[in-house]
Design a protein around this ligand. Structure first.
Ligand code: SF4
Ligand code: SF4
Length: 167
């Protein structure tokens, strides 16, 4: 009906004419970010301020953009030292798959959305560098995907052998 459509349109017009402004004067005013909003990936730390990462590589394998890179060395006692855990935020699509894949709740999607950089080189940086990884036996599992936990104890050579046998 033509009449009903006109009345509906007028009602919407009147409602918008009478409401107050909804513009946010950013950066002087900021909206509250919803709890589940996803922005840059950041590492998480335990109560003593140490990173929770075990260098299990699950996040690196899960990232569809291949923008996470974790380099670590394994000592004779099998403890791991993270040389660098780099992240190319300029290519991150904030999908959160790395966070979901992490068996140890060691990374999260932050609420920091002011990510513009003047220098493109700053779009790749280290999330962690030159820190000891938490031994898997001491780490607190998050979702506990058992296959990943078992693989986390493996050395890079063992992982390569496992991956070769998987193929
Ligand atoms: S949020 Fe997605 S694209 Fe970004 S690092 Fe994690 S898995 Fe990769
Ligand atoms: S513990 Fe989590 S953040 Fe560290 S390498 Fe494994 S999946 Fe990635």
């Amino acid at each position: 009906m033509w009449g009903k459509g006109i009345l509906t349109g007028m009602r919407i017009t009147m409602r918008n004419m009478l409401r107050g402004p909804i513009t946010v004067k950013y950066p002087y005013e900021r909206l509250e970010i919803p709890e589940r909003a996803r922005w840059a990936v950041v590492p998480k730390y335990d109560g003593e301020g140490k990173p929770k990462c075990t260098a299990c590589m699950a996040c690196v394998r899960a990232c569809p953009d291949h923008i996470l890179d974790l380099e670590f060395t394994t000592r004779e006692d099998k403890s791991k030292h993270i040389e660098r855990y780099s992240y190319e935020i300029g290519a991150c699509m904030m999908c959160g798959l790395c966070v979901e894949a992490c068996p140890f709740d060691a990374i999260e999607m932050s609420h920091d959305y002011e990510l513009a950089r003047l220098d493109p080189a700053e779009l790749t940086y280290d999330l962690l560098a030159d820190v000891d990884a938490v031994p898997v036996k001491r780490a607190r599992p998050a979702a506990t995907p058992k296959a990943e936990l078992a693989r986390a104890d493996s050395s890079p050579a063992e992982l390569s052998r496992e991956e070769a046998s998987d193929e």
